[in-house]
Ligand binder design. Structure first.
Ligand SMILES: [Zn+2]
Ligand SMILES: [Zn+2]
Length: 262
């Protein structure tokens, strides 16, 4: 039996969701590929020993052929800088046609014209399609959310997904502020789906798979809603600056002793 390294789901003809196989790496991260008239934007490059660039470049070629469109160039951005989201970076940096945005606040701010990190929102124009770049440090110093105005999809990385959201004591104030800004954002914009980068939750409320699980036949669906963004913000407000474990039906806030590495 052949297990593909990646599954590619066509959300629509200009928006792809990729998921890495659990056989390659237990984190099984999700990647997002969004097409404009001039550029395509890829969020994240995978975990572990994985060939990501060939799969993504093949999707770009197939997209152009199917739509009888001139080839578009690729912009690579990251939900944040943890190892399970950047493993394929070198493969893309080796490609001359790719605009590679390093996962750090300075590089993201420059590429997305963010006037003042993290309080201002930036943009990447793909040609007839603008992606908003919202700094949400907390899970990681370089954490961002992406908002696709065309679909209304909000990509929240490891900051909000159906699973264990790790927060360190030191990062609690900045994560709390980011959750508030994200709540303000969803108050002001239509939100179709809130899409994170992992699934660790099962279909049973409050129940998650243990860390390291590779096969998850009863996993939670990938998509969350604006209600979960508000729920995350409310949870931090309720903590009042005192970090504690908090289990909610679709995700859990988990304190970590040190800054998370994933
Ligand atoms: Zn992760
Ligand atoms: Zn992470």
């Amino acid at each position: 039996m052949t297990v593909l390294d990646w599954q590619a789901h066509e959300y629509n003809e200009d928006f792809y969701i990729l998921r890495e196989s659990g056989c390659i790496h237990f984190e099984k991260p999700f990647l997002y590929l969004i097409f404009g008239q001039d550029k395509a934007l890829l969020e994240d490059t995978g975990a572990g020993e994985v060939q990501t660039a060939p799969v993504v470049m093949d999707l770009l070629a197939k997209w152009a052929k199917k739509k009888n469109h001139a080839p578009v160039s690729l912009v690579v951005i990251h939900s944040h800088a943890h190892g399970d989201h950047i493993a394929g970076d070198k493969q893309f940096q080796a490609l001359a046609s790719v605009q590679f945005i390093a996962p750090d606040p300075a590089a993201i701010s420059k590429a997305a014209s963010i006037a003042k990190w993290p309080i201002n929102i930036g943009h990447v124009d793909l040609g007839g399609r603008v992606i908003d770049v919202i700094p949400i440090p907390g899970h990681n110093d370089a954490s961002i959310a992406l908002y696709d105005r065309r679909t209304g999809n909000l990509m929240t990385g490891d900051s909000l997904y159906p699973g264990r959201l790790s927060v360190s004591e030191a990062d609690l104030p900045v994560f709390t502020a980011s959750a508030q800004r994200l709540a303000d954002f969803v108050d002001a914009h239509p939100i179709a789906h809130v899409l994170g980068t992992h699934i660790e939750q099962t279909t049973t409320p409050y129940l998650d798979y243990p860390r390291g699980t590779t096969y998850q036949p009863n996993e939670h669906s990938l998509d969350l809603t604006r209600a979960h963004v508000l729920e995350l913000n409310d949870a931090f407000i309720a903590m009042g600056g005192k970090l504690q474990k908090l289990a909610l039906p679709d995700f859990t806030i988990v304190p970590r002793a040190t800054a998370p590495a994933r």
